[in-house]
Ligand binder design. Structure first.
Ligand SMILES: Nc1ncnc2c1ncn2[C@@H]1O[C@H](COP(=O)(O)OP(=O)(O)OP(=O)(O)O)[C@@H](O)[C@H]1O
Ligand SMILES: [Mg+2]
Length: 336
């Protein structure tokens, strides 16, 4: 019997799929658009197509993510979306081809929440499902030798979660998770702009502003013009948003991130602590691309901060290695 081995992150912002022997084969926004017709809802489209509908339809179409804060909030929609992607990839799931999925998930999931991810994979035809903490995948993706007796602190700041963990000898020895991420900042930016400029911007514009001009350098003078609607007159207008605005709207999130890093560090034994101090902290996940993050965290934590060029793809790069290296997978599973 043939076998297809996939690695997947069904993340709060993106669904990423890697295939054994091929690497990354799909990355789509984790969104689904649902349409109401004659009092019935039916699934309309998924991924980037759904994202393109954000803010552009009447209220008969609702666009949302079936994952929030690292948890599946609507299993039927998640199943529909994943089936669409597997069909797009022409991945066979039948008697003649066994599908195995290695899934990167949040460490904070309860037994029931983990079960939902297993059900998701089984519902799309997987015959074997393996869950691995995504922070372990991210560490592997950052080329950290997770099997060494040399503790490493890794922080993955994603779309809906912040995962912070100390990894030594193939296992997590200390960790904490925050059910917040870059997606929450988009909403915060919409609210901030509304209050300051008396104008409403779309959630996609907020994300773009954060990614294009967001900066943690206090003197950054970047600015960007976006479409908005005046709250008082309901008329369209352009507004100029500054890097300072984005900082003001979002810095409280960083306080939370710093808090969980400090809490994690403060529970370590002197031996592990000295490894962490010597090695510095590795930051990855989409938000690791925020301008000035390395310096900001270094100053607030007093520790060396490492952010690699591909830090936003750490989990998926790690999954790719794990799917292709059976021995590595075995070592991780042995220590879960
Ligand atoms: N340059 C940037 N500056 C700030 N944020 C960014 C930048 N680039 C991407 N992001 C944000 O990173 C987030 C996506 O991160 P990531 O791809 O790690 O999410 P995910 O893996 O789907 O989520 P999670 O792991 O939390 O479930 C989005 O909110 C995105 O806007
Ligand atoms: Mg992620």
């Amino acid at each position: 019997m043939a076998q297809t081995n996939l690695g997947m992150e069904f993340g709060s912002s993106y669904v990423s799929i890697v295939k054994q022997g091929e690497g990354l084969v799909l990355k789509q926004s984790n969104l689904i658009a649902v349409k109401k017709e004659n009092n019935n809802y039916y699934n309309y489209c998924v991924g980037e197509k759904a994202k393109n509908l954000l803010g552009k339809t009447d209220d008969r179409i609702v666009v949302f993510s079936p994952v929030n804060g690292g948890e599946i909030i609507s299993l039927p929609h998640a199943v529909y979306e994943l089936k669409e992607y597997l069909n797009q990839l022409h991945i066979k799931r039948n008697l003649f081809n066994k599908l195995k999925i290695i899934l990167a998930v949040s460490t904070a999931l309860s037994k029931d929440e983990k079960q939902k991810y297993i059900e998701l994979c089984e519902s799309v035809g997987a015959k074997e499902v393996i869950l691995i903490p995504k922070i372990i995948c991210s560490a592997v993706g950052e080329n950290i030798n997770i099997g060494a007796n040399n503790a490493r602190l890794v922080v993955d700041i994603g779309g809906g979660t912040v995962e912070c963990a100390v990894i030594n000898l193939n296992t997590i020895i200390q960790g904490s998770t925050l059910a917040l991420g870059g997606r929450n900042l988009d909403t915060t930016i919409v609210d901030y702009v509304k209050q300051k400029y008396n104008a409403v911007i779309g959630i996609k514009s907020a994300q773009l502003l954060k990614e294009q001009i967001g900066s943690l350098y206090p003197n950054d003078s970047a600015e960007m013009e976006v479409n908005a609607v005046d709250v008082s007159t309901n008329t369209p207008l352009f507004i100029k948003v500054t890097a300072k605005d984005i900082f003001e709207a979002t810095y409280l999130f960083l306080d939370e991130v710093i808090k969980i890093i400090k809490t994690t560090i403060n529970t370590l034994s002197p031996e592990i602590s000295s490894d962490v101090v010597r090695n510095g902290i590795t930051i990855c996940g989409g938000y690791s691309k925020m301008v000035g993050l390395e310096k900001y965290l270094r100053q607030k934590l007093g520790l060396n901060v490492l952010i690699s060029d591909n830090s936003e793809s750490a989990t998926v790069n790690g999954l790719s290695k794990i799917v292709n290296q059976h021995e590595l997978l075995e070592k991780i599973l042995l220590n879960l």
